[in-house]
Design a protein around this ligand. Structure first.
Ligand code: CAA
Ligand code: NAD
Length: 297
């Protein structure tokens, strides 16, 4: 099955990036949001990112200005927006990138199951929830995969492609091929908590937050240690701000309620406190650090 038309539900931090890389990969894309204002904000981020990538290509001599302008116009021309779920009816693939709340995701997939054409593939970009539960809710478990992209989607080269025991082989192959068309390296994983990356990464972020909460080292020193001692592009506390403290908390709440005896899954005190104060990281201007736009204040 060839994927030509893609619906992306949620045009936030992750969704806008998925919309963009799918269009860069040659697909026609519809971005779905709950409100026009959120849609405009998400598509505005796509515009900024495309302009940035185009100017980098010109700077590096990979494209002349006219070619870069045409690339931006063609890519953007493949993207449209909607606030009406019915507009996704003829998509070949629908990717969900809404809030990390299993009940809300299940409700969405149950409704999409009645809207989308029968052969359409459904995918969730969830960071932590079981793909199988959403697949059951959708009423089409054979056509369901996880497609887990990484933040920032435009720059990170991985996509995890998750199959359940019920996923049809052709749906899985088409999802992998779509990941490649988006310019990503796909890795396959079973439907296991956190898949590959988050099962390793989130407990590491938790350990760093606990270290800070105990007063063992400052946030700057913890981050510098991992950046310069291990060659990570950013330290774990900067990364938590980057991912979003709310998303990190949702992931951990889901895991600690499902797996109460797993010692790697625990919720640090400061994470709960900062989220309750509305300090969600880079997106709200404050988390473990203060932010001005994309840069630390
Ligand atoms: N679109 C286009 N260009 C972008 C961009 C975007 N979305 N985001 C950044 N850029 C550009 C920047 O503007 C910058 O351009 P200039 O060089 O012209 O200034 C360039 O890319 C490099 O960015 P930065 O200056 O910010 O510096 P950087 O070299 O540190 O790169 C980074 C940024 C790629 C994000 C890097 O810091 C990095 O890899 N960080 C780790 C990210 C990571 O681990 N992500 C995974 C999170 S976990 C997850 O996603 C899963 C989950 O479920 C929670
Ligand atoms: P976000 O809050 O930035 O964006 C979510 C968007 O979904 C918002 O714009 C919201 O208006 C929209 N939305 C909510 N309910 C909707 C609905 N019913 N229909 C249409 N739109 C709806 O969140 P995010 O960080 O982009 O995370 C989205 C998903 O991606 C989550 O499942 C998250 O776990 C996962 N994820 C996040 C990261 C990360 O680093 N933040 C990385 C990989 C995966």
């Amino acid at each position: 099955m060839e994927i030509k038309k893609v619906g992306v539900v949620g045009c936030g931090l992750m969704g806008h990036g998925i919309v963009q890389v799918a269009a860069q990969g040659g697909c026609e894309v519809i971005a779905l949001e709950t409100e026009q204002g959120f849609l405009d904000k998400g598509l505005g981020r796509v515009d900024k990112s495309l302009a940035k990538l185009a100017s980098k290509n010109v700077e590096k001599g990979k494209m002349d200005q006219a070619t870069a302008d045409a690339w931006v116009a063609e890519t953007r021309g493949r993207i449209s927006g909607s606030t009406n779920r019915a507009d996704l009816a003829d998509c070949d693939l629908i990717i969900e990138a809404i809030v990390e709340n299993l009940d809300v995701k299940k409700e969405l997939f149950a409704e999409l199951g009645g809207i989308a054409k029968p052969e359409a593939i459904f995918a969730s970009n969830t960071s932590s929830f079981p793909i199988g539960e959403m697949a059951s809710a959708s009423g089409r478990p054979g056509r369901f995969v996880g497609l887990h992209f990484f933040n920032p989607v435009q720059l990170m080269r991985l996509v995890e492609v998750v199959r359940t025991d019920d996923t049809d082989a052709d749906a899985f192959d088409a999802a992998r091929a779509f990941g490649k068309a988006c310019g990503k390296t796909p890795v396959s994983c079973k439907d296991t908590p956190g898949f590959v990356v988050n099962r390793l990464l989130v407990p590491y972020m938790v350990q760093a937050i606990d270290m800070l909460d105990r007063g063992d080292a400052s946030k700057e020193d913890i981050d510098a240690a991992m950046q310069f001692g291990c060659g990570h592009p950013m330290g774990p506390l900067t990364l938590t701000d980057y991912v979003g403290l709310d998303t990190t908390l949702f992931i951990l709440e889901g895991w600690t309620s499902r797996y109460p005896n797993e010692p790697a899954f625990k919720i640090p005190e400061s994470l709960k406190r900062l989220v309750s104060e509305g300090k969600l990281g880079r997106k709200t201007g404050e988390g473990y650090y203060k932010w001005e736009g994309d840069k630390k204040a």
